[in-house]
Design a protein. Structure first.
Length: 139
């Protein structure tokens, strides 16, 4: 019984020392922040009457298609404010799924521009540490 008590005490002390190191208050908060990830999805909704399933009531379905090879550019901050120094700019193409993913982003505000054969759209989004965001563009 005495050995069980001694073992339990040493086990608890070992756990307490490990947990203290994992929440050490001297660790700067900035070192705990991880990167953000953003997936941009680009689609096109076809509004032609020949392809729409419209009933007499005016309701129905219009097919939505993914847009492959859309150019997506993401800027940290707002690139239109005239101060383009220091902007983190990444560019990618949507694949067969109509999506492109940007990983390893610093949390913050980003301007996303999607340019396809159907036109150009811009969105401003806020990213957060350890969060995967899905941003949808529909032309």
């Amino acid at each position: 019984m005495k050995n069980l008590f001694l073992f339990s005490f040493l086990f608890f002390v070992g756990l307490a020392s490990c947990s203290k190191e994992s929440i050490d208050p001297s660790t700067p908060f900035e070192s705990l922040v991880k990167q953000a990830e953003v997936t941009i999805n680009v689609t096109h909704q076809n509004w032609t009457d020949s392809l729409s399933n419209v009933s007499c009531n005016g309701d129905g379905l219009s097919p939505v298609h993914v847009v492959e090879d859309a150019v997506v550019t993401i800027y940290q901050g707002d690139p239109t404010d005239g101060n383009d120094s220091g902007f983190n700019r990444l560019t990618g193409l949507t694949g067969r799924s109509g999506s492109v993913t940007f990983s390893g982003l610093e949390p913050g505000e980003y301007t996303i521009i999607a340019n396809s054969i159907f036109g150009e759209q811009t969105k401003i989004v806020q990213t957060y540490a350890n969060v995967h965001s899905l941003i949808k563009f529909m032309f």
